[in-house]
Design a protein around this ligand. Structure first.
Ligand SMILES: [Zn+2]
Length: 78
């Protein structure tokens, strides 16, 4: 019997259709998956994924780190 080579991915891949119906409970913006997190495109909150299920709870959300993404735009110095 042929055995298929299954690539075990470190990341949990969520169904795209699931991602499409998910929305941030805080600002109701679209969300996307980044690694093992669901990231809100609006407020930047990050929600964990546990057992393949996104935990869309405000209490579980990580707030965006200040300076995490802003650092890229801080190219100008006075
Ligand atoms: Zn949000």
């Amino acid at each position: 019997m042929l055995q298929a080579h299954v690539v075990v991915k470190a990341m949990t891949e969520l169904d795209k259709r699931l991602l499409e119906i998910l929305a941030c409970p805080v600002c109701h913006a679209e969300v996307r998956q980044e690694g093992d997190r669901i990231v809100c495109s609006g407020c930047g909150r990050r929600y964990p994924i546990r057992d393949g299920l996104p935990i869309m709870l405000i209490d579980e959300a990580e707030l965006p780190q200040p300076g995490d993404e802003e650092a890229k735009t801080q190219s100008q110095q006075t």
